[in-house]
Structures are given as structure tokens and as C-alpha cells.
Design a protein around this ligand. Structure first.
Ligand SMILES: *[C@@H]1O[C@H](CO)[C@@H](O)[C@H](O)[C@H]1NC(C)=O
Ligand SMILES: *[C@@H]1O[C@H](CO)[C@@H](O)[C@H](O)[C@H]1NC(C)=O
Ligand SMILES: *[C@@H]1O[C@H](CO)[C@@H](O)[C@H](O)[C@H]1NC(C)=O
Ligand SMILES: *[C@@H]1O[C@H](CO)[C@@H](O)[C@H](O)[C@H]1NC(C)=O
Length: 231
């Protein structure tokens, strides 16, 4: 099931190696400071922050969670995802297809796990960290998005996480089947000043549901991490 994607991924990584023009094969940690995300024109909700640089570009592979309200519609109760380093693929032809490629692997059957996708795309060495939700630290109710590299690429750095506020939100330009594109602003932790969720694939719940039902919906997305230049 996974093997049919292998040639494409090999191609992707060969392309990145050629583009990097370094004598060693570099698959993680490429310098993307001056990379620019493809944000839709004609909107001001998502804007590249001035005076900040891109520190990481992650591929999120995981689930969006929902519970069904008494009104019979799903509401978001958080998400859980692995964040894979795709910085070395920036500027290669496959970069813009990565969320689709990863989603097609992930969604090939309900049995395919996040770890299967990690293994197919390069193994644990490409894991930047995890994306999950914590109780909103300001209000004590509801949840806040968190990005945490402490158990993966930033082991030993106690500040390598960020709890963020949602500060920008637009419908996915790719269609209503994909979750919104977001701008998040770091509130607690040193990992990033801003995080963008863009190029989303899937993750939306059905339009109606039975009250109290819980649902996890598979999705992929790009996550762009920005930090101040003074770091
Ligand atoms: C989301 O659901 C998954 C099970 O599909 C669970 O492991 C995870 O803890 C949940 N996370 C949140 C924030 O609801
Ligand atoms: C990437 O996506 C473009 C369309 O956006 C498509 O034409 C192209 O064939 C895709 N490439 C791969 C390697 O999937
Ligand atoms: C995040 O939101 C809380 C209110 O929910 C606010 O007190 C805090 O200042 C915000 N932080 C940033 C960096 O916007
Ligand atoms: C982000 O910048 C802060 C200083 O403003 C620094 O302490 C932190 O290590 C930086 N984080 C990353 C991931 O570079």
C-alpha cells in the first residue's frame, strides 16, 4: 500500500539534495529563513510578520477532533499531529504537493497510522515535534494550540514549545473540504512568535451529527514557524 509512493518520495529527496548543492545529503534543518509562504492575495487575516524569519517548515500529519453539540453540528475540540521537517524540500517541485502526497498515504485506509506516514517519508529523524492542545492558560476554559519540539528535534531545550492564540483565520482557498488556513501568535514559550497553518488537506467534520458523538478526522497541513531575528 505504501510502496507505490516510494519512487515519488525518492524523487523528492533527490531533488532536494540537488537543490541544496551540498556534498552531504541533508534532509532536515535546511535554512529557510527567507522562504515565503504562498498566502492568498486580497486578504489581510494572514500576513507575513515583519522583522521575523522562518525557523522551520513542518508537515503536520494527524487528526482534528470534534464533538457533536446539542444542535447536531460538530465543534472543534483540538487536534493531535506529528510535525515533520520539510524545510529541505522547499523550492523543489514536490514541495507544493507534500500535503496531498502525505494525506493520500495516510488516508489509504483507516489502519494507516501517523507513524506509518513518518516511516514512509523518512523515519523518526525527520520529526520536528508534536502539535496538540492544552487548556487555555488565560481563560482556564477551552483549548489552545501548542507546538512542542522538546521530545524530538529540540531535546534538552526546556523552552522549545509555544502555546498560541489564533489571530487570523480564512477558509481554505482549496475548498470547503479542507480546514481553514490560520495565523497563530505565540503567547507562552520560546519556540515561535508566529505559526501559520496553510495548504491544508481535509480535516473537516460531516455537516450533521448525533449529539455527544466524538470524531477524529485525518488531515495534513503545512506549518510555518516564525521567530524574531534576534534569536
Ligand atoms: C484527539 O483524538 C485522538 C484520538 O483520535 C486522541 O489521541 C487525542 O488525545 C485527541 N486530542 C485532543 C486534543 O482532543
Ligand atoms: C504536483 O501538483 C501539480 C498541480 O498542482 C501537478 O501538476 C503535478 O503533477 C504534481 N506533481 C507530483 C509529483 O505529484
Ligand atoms: C493571548 O490571548 C490572551 C487572552 O485570551 C491575552 O491575554 C494575551 O495577551 C494574548 N497574547 C498574545 C501574544 O497575543
Ligand atoms: C526564538 O527566539 C528566542 C529569543 O527571542 C530564542 O530564545 C529562542 O531560542 C528562539 N527559538 C528558536 C526555535 O529559534
Amino acid at each position: 500500500m505504501l510502496s507505490k509512493f516510494a519512487p515519488l518520495l525518492l524523487l523528492a529527496f533527490s531533488a532536494s539534495v540537488a537543490a541544496a548543492a551540498t556534498p552531504l545529503i541533508q534532509v532536515t534543518g535546511c535554512n529557510v529563513q527567507h522562504a515565503t509562504p504562498n498566502l492568498p492575495s486580497g486578504q489581510t487575516m494572514l500576513t507575513v510578520p515583519s522583522g521575523e524569519i522562518v525557523t522551520n517548515i513542518g508537515l503536520g500529519v494527524g487528526v482534528q477532533n470534534y464533538t457533536c453539540a446539542s444542535t447536531g453540528t460538530f465543534t472543534s475540540v483540538g487536534a493531535l499531529a506529528e510535525l515533520l521537517d520539510i524545510s529541505c524540500l522547499f523550492g523543489t517541485p514536490v514541495f507544493g504537493n507534500l500535503t496531498t502526497v502525505a494525506f493520500d498515504i495516510f488516508n489509504a485506509s483507516p489502519a494507516v497510522t501517523t507513524q506509518d506516514v513518518i516511516n514512509a517519508l523518512g523515519g523518526d529523524k525527520i520529526v520536528l515535534g508534536q502539535h496538540y492542545f492544552v487548556t487555555n492558560p488565560f481563560t482556564g476554559s477551552g483549548v489552545s494550540p501548542t507546538f512542542d519540539f522538546r521530545a524530538a528535534s529540540k531535546k534538552g531545550d526546556p523552552n522549545a514549545f509555544v502555546i498560541a492564540n489564533k489571530t487570523g483565520d480564512i477558509p481554505a482557498p482549496t475548498g470547503s473540504q479542507d480546514i481553514d488556513w490560520l495565523e497563530l501568535t505565540g503567547a507562552i514559550g520560546d519556540l515561535a512568535k508566529h505559526v501559520f497553518r496553510i495548504d491544508t488537506k481535509a480535516g473537516q467534520p460531516p455537516s450533521t451529527c448525533t449529539p455527544n458523538a466524538f470524531l477524529s478526522v485525518k488531515y495534513t497541513a503545512q506549518y510555518w514557524f516564525y521567530n524574531s531575528t534576534s534569536s
